[in-house]
Design a protein around this ligand. Sequence first.
Ligand code: ZN
Length: 109
Amino acid sequence: MKELFRERDYTKVGYFQSVLEDAGIPTIVRNKHLTMSGLAEIPIPEFFPALCVINEEDYERAMELIRRRHKENIVGADLEKTCPGCGETNPGNFDVCWSCGINIPGAAQ
Ligand SMILES: [Zn+2]
C-alpha cells in the first residue's frame, strides 16, 4: 500500500478514488472512519482522509491519472453540482451525491 495524497476535503478523495477504481486500480482510503466521525474537522493532516493504492506498482499510473484529471477539473470547475438534499458540492460527473446518496438532477454525463 502506498499513499497518493491526503486532503481535508473528502469529496476530492472520494472522487479520485472512483477515477482510479474506474481505471481498474484498487485503492483504499485511510482515515475514512475519522472523516465520518467528524474528526477530520480537526486541522491536523494526520487525520485527513488519505487515498492509497493497494499495489505499489500502480502508483505511477495512479498519479498520472490524478494529475490529468486534476487539470480537466480546473478547466471544468464550473461543472460542480450542489446536492439538493444536503448542500454538499459534488463533481459535475457525479449523478449520485457522495455524501447523502440521493440522485443529483441535471448531472453532466
Ligand atoms: Zn447530498
